[in-house]
Design a protein around this ligand. Structure first.
Ligand code: CA
Length: 254
């Protein structure tokens, strides 16, 4: 997986993958402030969807020698609720996610989560914490935008973005589908007839083949025309040659 680190004015750092872009702070804040920070500057607090993603994220973050560590975007409002990722409402928690004896909901007030990033055995593990505690935060920035997938819906993954194409469209970015091959609009005129032919949608490949076919046909016609012209010129030269051969002898006789 490719990785680039970018320093942003010393207040926030970012790591880029082909898909999501991660940002982390070097200042601490409580969980509510942390979420607000992420939503203001990026998309939301980081969402982790698999153990692989968890490990990859940990590999990007600088180690801390002790608390505070980093807030991640999973929380709940009270004890009986399911842990939920605020960025996408998913509820993924892996078998290996929590540190030993966690979540312990110490004092029944630990509804936010930090991730340990250190060199100890609990590296990459999670701990439920009191939301008012001060910690660094990891945010994510979505890479999908309105133009990412042409005629399709963009889905974020760790390594890339995936396009789910509309019916009839395909290709890496859903750009292969139908093509308008006639005027975009026609008007009903005062005479009661349409101003032009009805717009037609052609399958992109067929349109491409038609253009290529026309090109090839034009090329063929051009070659034929040139060849015929060449033949005609050659014939004319052959007819003229005997006349030229006879003309010097007539001069001698004169
Ligand atoms: Ca705890």
């Amino acid at each position: 997986m490719k990785l680039t680190l970018i320093v942003l004015l010393g207040s926030s750092l970012a790591a880029t993958t082909l898909g999501w872009k991660y940002h982390y702070t070097d200042t601490t804040m409580n969980w509510t402030q942390a979420r607000q920070y992420c939503k203001t500057h990026y998309t939301d607090m980081v969402v982790i969807q698999s153990q692989e993603e968890n490990d990859y994220l940990v590999s990007l973050l600088p180690n801390r020698s002790g608390s505070p560590y980093y807030w991640i975007g999973i929380t709940k409002n009270h004890m009986n609720e399911t842990w939920t990722w605020v960025g996408n409402n998913s509820t993924w928690v892996g078998n290996e996610s929590w540190a030993e004896n966690e979540p312990n909901n110490n004092h029944s007030t630990e509804f936010c989560v930090e991730i340990y990033v250190n060199t100890n055995k609990n590296r990459g593990k999670w701990n439920d914490e009191k939301c008012s505690n001060q910690k660094y935060v990891v945010c994510y920035e979505a890479q999908c935008n309105a133009t990412s997938c042409g005629r399709g819906t963009c889905k974020e993954t760790t390594e890339n973005i995936t396009c789910h194409c509309e019916l009839g469209f395909k290709g890496h970015r859903c750009q292969t589908g139908f093509l308008l091959t006639s005027p975009t609009s026609i008007t009903c005129e005062a005479t009661g007839s349409w101003s032009g032919p009805r717009p037609i949608c052609t399958i992109y490949k067929q349109a491409l083949l038609a253009v290529a076919g026309c090109g090839a046909f034009s090329g063929f016609c051009c070659i034929c025309f040139c060849w015929m012209k060449h033949r005609k010129r050659k014939k004319l030269t052959q007819v003229r040659q005997p006349e030229e051969e006879t003309s010097p002898s007539s001069e001698v006789h004169g």
